[in-house]
Design a protein. Structure first.
Length: 106
């Protein structure tokens, strides 16, 4: 392998490291939790989506300013929690780079 190919591979690795939108979740080793965690996450995600639909369908014109503020905080918190329950996603650009890198190496 010559220097030019090594530099290409190194550049691809650097770009891949920057382009990958990775998210790490904290691992909770709580022995009191039993049962499939994925099922619990799926149920919670459904509850969040139902609550967001309820909020969306509400008539907010009759609410006070403080109630609307609390509602916005609740929506933001639920969206943040919903984002945390999702897995790790790879962007299309990163996927193409990975495939090209595998083709170059193999």
């Amino acid at each position: 392998m010559n220097l030019k190919n090594s530099l290409r591979i190194a550049a691809l690795v650097v770009v891949m490291g920057i382009a990958l939108p990775a998210k790490s979740n904290t691992i909770d080793n709580d022995p009191t939790v039993s049962g499939p965690v994925a099922k619990i996450d799926e149920n919670r995600a459904q509850e969040i989506m139902q609550r967001l639909e309820e909020i969306k369908a509400m008539d907010k014109s009759m609410l006070t300013r403080a109630e609307r503020k609390d509602l916005r905080k609740e929506v933001k918190a639920m969206k943040r929690e919903a984002r945390e329950t999702r897995g790790v996603y790879i962007s299309i650009g990163a996927l193409i780079i990975i495939i090209l890198l595998l083709i170059l190496i193999l």
